[in-house]
Ligand binder design. Structure first.
Ligand code: PMP
Length: 466
């Protein structure tokens, strides 16, 4: 923060931040907590947002900070005016906040992207020549798919954290001596099972075999403190919209070398330091070697500011307290589901695995889309059904499970492919106890008594029949 902009920044941002008090013993205040939705059976009910793993509601504090900053908004890295300079300072300060939140090394770069998907695609474009990629089949598609022409080794789903490490060790050891660089991409917490992966051990295995590792923290960072230094990962990626800051920004943070040597992710203004016509009529470009190299174009200042606000708010609330509270919610949901014999929770690592508030399950005799539609229409509960952009994992977990599709018909299956879906309930720092209590009661009632309403299939999904 320059002396020039210091006073206004203090006025616009520090005071506004104090407007909402935050304590993690209670749910953190989020937007939408007073929204009511209609029930097909009549009346209205407070909406229970239990789909945090897709997108979490905005923290009230984030919203307040963004609203307080909005009048001061200006272009960054280009304007001579006061608000441009202020915005530039806040933008760069947000970078430092995110670096602190992730406990980055001082040499790391924090690059602002659109999302985790964008971050991993950026890293994929920065792989050195002949880099091999190792990724478990259990990953989200954002980690499975972006690797372009690189040779990718897909590792089988492990059934314990120790097996994950052993599987990776074996695969890396199989490389020829002197083979080129390698990158391991691993999730911190599964978006299907919520299970936390042994990231530190996987990082140690990767490094022992001369490979690097990127952590997909899309589901971990909103629930747990992530320390790049302690986990010893080379990069970490996460999304603002899962971290209570739904303004279209994401983060890739980590080692600068591969990123500096790669072509800019997008070519254009902001990424280029110097552009000049050549005598032969072409153009010479000197690209930045800082984070700006991969941030061409006008950046999403509000989105970046919102992420920094979320990082500050979660840190202030305290991850120890947040984790303890979330664990109570997890225990309530898992115990409630375990009480219903028709319900099977999907898990790779078993009951004792540490996990975040993401739980997927199937219900005997129910089409998952039908079940999710009834939770919404009859109880005002928003969950997700499907394969959660982790098709290989969900198919592995559903395995030979036979499930009666029930009404509304399962989506069409490709030949030889099962068409079963799962239901996912997910929650976090803004979830009140009442939401998970209502969810557990709804599951019990639906299984015991059936749906109270008729549903029909529309565009492959179950919807209430009017
Ligand atoms: N990784 C994981 C584990 C995820 O859960 C998700 C989102 N569901 C992503 C990556 C992709 O995140 P985004 O859609 O924000 O790019």
């Amino acid at each position: 923060m320059s002396a020039y902009t210091d006073t206004a920044a203090t006025a616009c941002c520090t005071e506004a931040t104090a407007a909402t008090s935050v304590t993690a013993a209670e749910p953190l205040p989020v937007l939408g907590r007073d929204v009511t939705v209609p029930l097909v059976t009549g009346g209205e009910v407070a909406y229970a947002a239990l789909d945090y793993a897709a997108s979490a509601p905005a923290l009230q504090r984030v919203w307040d900070d963004v609203a307080a900053y909005a009048p001061y908004y200006g272009s960054v890295h280009r304007g001579a005016g006061y608000l441009s300079q202020l915005s530039t300072d806040l933008f760069e300060q947000s970078r430092a906040t995110v670096a602190g939140f992730l406990d980055c090394r001082s040499s790391d770069q924090v690059i602002f992207t659109r999302s985790t998907t964008d971050s991993l695609n950026l890293l994929a474009r920065a792989l050195p020549a002949d880099c091999r990629v190792f990724v478990f089949e259990t990953e989200h598609h954002a980690s499975l798919l972006p690797w372009g022409d690189a040779q990718v080794t897909y590792l089988d789903a492990p059934r314990t954290p120790a097996e994950a490490v052993a599987t990776l060790e074996r695969a890396l050891a199989d490389r020829e001596p002197g083979e080129g660089p390698a990158l391991v991409c691993v999730t911190g917490a599964s978006n299907v099972t919520g299970e936390i992966w042994p990231v530190k051990e996987l990082a140690a295995a990767a490094h022992a075999h001369g490979a690097r590792i990127v952590l997909d923290a899309a589901q971990l960072a909103p629930h747990h403190a992530v320390s790049v230094q302690d986990l010893d990962v080379d990069w970490v990626a996460f999304s603002g919209h899962k971290l209570y800051a739904p303004f279209g920004s994401g983060v890739l943070a980590g080692r600068a070398d591969w990123l500096q040597q790669a072509d800019p992710y997008l070519a254009g203004g902001g990424a280029s330091r110097k552009v000049a016509r050549r005598e032969d009529g072409g153009v010479d470009v000197e690209w930045h070697t800082t984070a700006a190299r991969h941030e061409a174009g006008s950046p999403n200042v509000i989105g970046v500011y919102a992420i920094a606000s979320a990082c500050r708010t979660l840190t202030e609330a305290g991850f120890d307290t947040l984790v303890a509270r979330e664990q109570q919610l997890i225990d309530t949901v898992r115990a409630g589901l375990a009480d219903v014999p028709e319900v099977r929770i999907l898990s790779l690592f078993g009951d004792d695995a540490p996990r975040v508030g993401v739980i997927s399950f199937v219900v005997d005799g129910w089409n998952s889309s039908h079940f999710a539609a009834a939770l919404s229409a009859e109880y005002g509960i928003g969950v997700r059904d499907g394969l959660f952009c982790a098709h290989p994992l969900v198919r592995t977990l559903l395995g030979g499970e036979s499930q009666e599709p029930g009404e509304c018909g399962a989506p069409e299956a490709a030949p030889g492919e099962r068409s079963l879906n799962a239901i996912r309930v997910s929650f976090g720092a803004g979830t009140p106890d009442e939401h998970v209590d209502r969810f557990v009661r709804a599951v019990r009632e639906l299984v015991a008594d059936g749906a109270k309403w008729q549903y029909r299939t529309e565009d492959g999904r179950c919807v209430p029949a009017v």
